[in-house]
Write a protein that binds this ligand. Structure first.
Ligand SMILES: [Zn+2]
Ligand SMILES: [Zn+2]
Length: 279
């Protein structure tokens, strides 16, 4: 009995196995028919997500870069649990024709040596300031974007403040540009020296792709070069920044770029929420 039943059960099992195999084969074919379309749809969705995607990492923390303000003569700063309070005398650490007739003239005055044949010294001269900017250590995108103020909107790494893209009355900078010294800054009536456009002393010192400072919302400002390519306004959003990895923030951060054309540093306002600016 055993001798007969064994082969017969083997045969029936083989038969069953074959049926299963063929069923499997049929169902596999059916699945394969559908799979490519599904995969294709998935890929398309992923690509769309990647291009219009919100930043993956929004837990921004700028405390690691505060050391750029160490040993800067114009700057002293205090760190709290949520902010860094940067105080600056705002005296540029580079020479300028605008040091003419000031307490620092002997050391810091120099003739204009820039390339603008229309350069004319404006009537203002550099004066010491007491500017204090409170900057969030953990910057976040603001729900409602605030316009940048007239006057300081951020701090560069040598202690000189950044101004926005407007002259008085929100007019274009066209006339003011002719009074920018060889380092592309100039003083306001208060004596506050400032950069509206690329601070070339800093890009010459640290590099065209370097971290140049912070706006008051805590987001960093970089030079016009990134990955060996010049950034233009077209590469940036309305606030004149974009999200991406930088040398100081390899996990990615929203950041502004200086560009050769208007609006130069910031566009339609702060991307984040600015802290207090007093002067
Ligand atoms: Zn100005
Ligand atoms: Zn960038």
């Amino acid at each position: 009995m055993k001798a007969i039943s064994k082969p017969s059960s083997i045969v029936s099992m083989l038969f069953l196995f074959l049926i299963l195999l063929s069923c499997n084969a049929t169902s596999q074919v059916e699945i394969e028919d559908e799979t490519p379309t599904e995969e294709l749809e998935d890929t398309v969705e992923e690509t769309e997500e990647e291009t219009s995607e919100e930043p993956e990492n929004t837990n921004y923390d700028i405390s690691s870069i505060l050391s750029i303000f160490d040993n800067v003569e114009a700057i002293s700063y205090t760190v709290t649990s949520t902010s860094v309070i940067i105080n600056t005398t705002n005296l540029p650490n580079h020479k300028s024709p605008y040091y003419e007739g000031t307490d620092w003239e002997t050391e810091m005055y120099t003739d204009y040596s820039g390339t603008n044949s229309n350069f004319r010294l404006n009537p203002n001269r550099i004066g010491e300031q007491q500017i204090s900017i409170t900057i969030p250590l953990y910057p976040e995108e603001a729900d409602n974007k605030e316009a940048t103020p007239m006057g300081p909107m951020g701090i560069s790494r040598n202690g000189v403040v950044f101004f926005n893209q407007y002259a008085a009355g929100f007019s274009a900078l066209d006339n003011e540009i002719d009074s920018f010294d060889q380092y592309l800054g100039h003083p306001a009536g208060t004596g506050a020296y400032h950069y509206h456009i690329e601070p070339v002393y800093l890009t010459e010192t640290f590099g065209e792709d370097a971290l140049l400072g912070l706006l008051a919302d805590g987001f960093p400002v970089y030079g016009p070069l990134e990955n060996d390519a010049i950034i233009s306004t077209d590469d940036l959003d309305d606030y004149h920044g974009h999200y991406g990895a930088t040398k100081e923030f390899p996990n990615g951060i929203y950041h502004y770029h200086v560009t050769a054309t208007a609006p130069y540093i910031n566009g339609d306002g702060f991307y984040g929420t600015p802290g207090n600016i007093s002067r």
